[in-house]
Structure formats: structure tokens, C-alpha cells
Ligand binder design. Structure first.
Ligand code: ATP
Length: 351
């Protein structure tokens, strides 16, 4: 097991600075997910931990030790990639055993390790098969087993599920959570998919343009976003945001926090609107409602409205949040919070 720490880390490719003065602590034994839009620097962080592509300045510490001068193979980390990186001509057993053979681990020990680990990831029956005869999920398990035999103190995973179909991805997510529980090792997992981050992480590190926007457990990230970027990146559909009309301040509410009714609901924020689109997803329906200049996404348990219908939209005061013009969230303790709340009550938002 191991903790990881970035201390004032900068990474640049020629003149292009992609990470600047980044500080981050990844806790020992936790499942940490680095998430953010394409190009924000997630893979770059992972590669710096692995030592494949070291930082330009600053330090990376593993278990409190500066690993800047330590070669990738000596850092006690194993990386699992999106494209599996398994050898097609070797059997599953040979693939898993490969690194052990290279490290001159004796035969008896190799056999035992391969058998225990293949059982852990559910591959025991497939040891003599070639990868081409396996499903995507099984191939991903081979890649995991290959990383596991090295008994790393840190697992680094770069979008390992992105080549799998939606159903298998959900199944593998659960398997990874269970594997993490079983091993108790530090997992650092990169994805651009916020649903993966929300479902698997102990801690989410949300990045944008090389900077950390927020670092928190999933529920905190969802309920107490630091800023507009986090509020709109985490959650599907994203948080609804509107202009308060006061110096660039914005108000926001989650799609499930609003109520749609035929009559005025009497809730704090009240607007008249018209249903623009309706997506019936089975257990819930998502409506797009136009209220004046705003188009809000509303998630309802009941499917009660049709397209083009006029509705009342209401949001309770305790479900409303406000953001400064620079995007930072205004705390409920802030002197202006109540003022903004009052201002929102008076705004005529109509269809
Ligand atoms: P994705 O989700 O698309 O994989 P990411 O968040 O993992 O994105 P990175 O791969 O870390 O993003 O890239 C961060 C930035 O660094 C991007 O702007 C990318 O173009 C740049 N970059 C990454 N590797 C190199 C390289 N070898 N040479 C030059 N620029 C690079």
C-alpha cells in the first residue's frame, strides 16, 4: 500500500504548460478517480506517477519518498490501459506469468500466483485460452491479473473500461470496486466519465485545464460543488443554471430538485414554462422546459406531461444555489446569500 503526493508539480511539453504548480495528496488504500474533460491532464498525472513521462519540475512522492530518480519498474506501481496491452499469441496463463518470468520468479511460486490471482478475477477456467477467444471484459481481467501478479502497492488505471459495451462496463465497475475492497491497495483511476467517477470513487479529483477544481467524496462533490464547473460536470443532466441579473451572479438547481405542476406550486422560485422535449426513461422522465430565456432540464419520477404543454416550475429555497460571476459558489453563510434568494423570488420568469 502507498500514498502518493504531488508537490508543486509542473509539466510542460516543449513550450506548452499542461500542469502548473499542482499540489495533490492521494490517500493510501483509497480508490481515487481523476476525472475531467478530454485534454485536462489526467493521463499526464498518471504517467508522472508511473515515471513513464516525468514532471518538468516539482516532486512526486510515493509513500513519502521522492521517486523522481526512481525508474518506472522500481516504483511499485502497475498500470492498466484502455487497450489492455495483452499479447495475442500467448495464452491467458502465459500473459499473466510473463512479468514474473522476466523477474526470474521460481516456477512453483509463479504457478501458485497465477492460479490464485486468476481465481480472484474470475479467469481460472480460461487459463489455456488465447485472448482472441475471450470477451472484452475477460480480456480486461487478463490485463488486471497481469498487473496484480506484480503485487504493486499502487494500481494506475487509464480508462480501462472504455472499450467495453455499456452493460459490461457496469458489471466491470462493480468488479473493480470489489477487487479494490479485496486487495486494499491504492487505486488511481482515470476517466472522463463522471458516472464512473461517482460510482467507484472514495475520492474524486475533478480537473479542468490542468488545475484541480475540487477534490472530495462523490456525495460532497454532488451536494456541495465548489464552483460552476463542478456543478455542471458532475450529475446527469447537469445542474440547471440561470442568470440572476445582478452583476453576473447565477442561480442553480439540480434537475431532480424542481417540481412541475399544473397550478402554481407556491415554492420559493416559481416560473411558468412550456415543455419542449420529453424523454421517458422508464423509472423517470426528463423534460426540457422553456421558461423565458432559460431552458431547464427537469427530472420527474412521474410521467405526467406532454410536449407543448404549459406548466408551472417550482424550486424550494433550500434547493437553490448561487454562483459569483467568477464561477465560485456562494456559501449559504455568506451575507449576500439571503439577498440573492430574495431577488430570485421577485424575478418574473415566464413562458
Ligand atoms: P483524454 O481524456 O483525452 O485522454 P487527458 O485529460 O488524459 O485527456 P492528457 O493526455 O493528460 O489529457 O493531455 C493533457 C494535455 O497535454 C493535452 O493538451 C495534450 O495535447 C498534451 N499532451 C499530452 N501528451 C503530450 C505529448 N507527448 N506531447 C505534447 N503534448 C502532449
Amino acid at each position: 500500500m502507498a500514498s502518493i503526493e504531488f508537490v508543486r508539480v509542473t509539466k510542460q511539453f516543449e513550450k506548452n504548460v499542461v500542469i502548473k504548480d499542482l499540489d495533490l495528496k492521494i490517500e493510501d488504500g483509497k480508490f481515487t478517480v481523476l476525472v475531467g474533460p478530454s485534454g485536462c491532464g489526467k493521463t499526464t498525472l498518471l504517467r508522472m506517477i508511473a515515471g513513464i513521462d516525468p514532471q518538468s519540475s516539482g516532486s512526486v512522492l510515493i509513500n513519502g519518498k521522492d521517486v523522481t530518480r526512481i525508474a518506472p519498474g522500481q516504483r511499485g506501481v502497475a498500470m492498466v490501459f484502455q487497450n489492455y496491452a495483452i499479447y495475442p499469441t500467448m495464452s491467458v496463463r502465459e500473459n499473466i506469468e510473463f512479468g514474473l518470468k522476466n523477474n526470474k520468479v521460481p516456477k512453483a511460486e509463479r504457478t501458485e500466483l497465477v492460479e490464485t490471482i486468476s481465481a480472484t478475477v474470475g479467469l481460472a477456467e480460461y487459463l489455456d485460452r488465447k485472448p482472441s477467444t475471450l470477451s472484452g471484459g475477460q480480456r480486461q481481467r487478463v490485463a488486471l491479473a497481469r498487473a496484480m501478479v506484480k503485487k504493486p502497492s499502487v494500481f494506475l488505471m487509464d480508462e480501462p473500461l472504455s472499450n467495453l459495451d455499456a452493460k459490461l462496463r457496469v458489471q466491470m465497475r462493480i468488479e473493480l470496486i470489489e477487487l479494490h475492497k479485496k486487495l486494499g491497495t491504492t487505486f488511481v483511476y482515470v476517466t472522463h466519465d463522471q458516472v464512473e467517477a461517482m460510482s467507484m470513487a472514495d475520492t474524486i479529483v475533478l480537473m479542468n485545464k490542468g488545475t484541480i477544481q475540487q477534490e472530495a467524496p462523490p456525495d460532497v462533490m454532488y451536494r456541495q460543488p465548489n464552483n460552476l464547473f463542478t456543478a455542471q460536470f458532475i450529475g446527469v443532466p447537469p445542474m440547471n443554471v440561470g442568470e440572476l441579473g445582478r452583476g453576473g451572479v447565477k442561480f442553480g438547481f439540480r434537475p431532480e430538485s424542481a417540481e412541475l405542476t399544473h397550478e402554481h406550486s407556491g415554492l420559493h422560485y416559481a416560473a411558468r414554462g412550456r415543455i419542449i422535449t420529453r424523454e421517458m426513461l422508464g423509472s423517470e422522465t426528463i423534460y426540457q422546459v422553456r421558461c423565458g430565456q432559460h431552458a431547464f432540464m427537469i427530472k420527474c419520477v412521474e410521467d405526467r406531461f406532454t410536449v407543448d404543454q404549459d406548466v408551472h416550475l417550482g424550486v424550494a429555497a433550500d434547493k437553490l444555489v448561487f454562483f459569483e460571476a467568477d464561477g465560485s459558489r456562494i456559501s449559504t453563510e455568506h451575507a449576500l446569500f439571503k439577498d440573492h434568494l430574495e431577488a430570485l423570488r421577485g424575478i418574473p420568469h415566464g413562458a
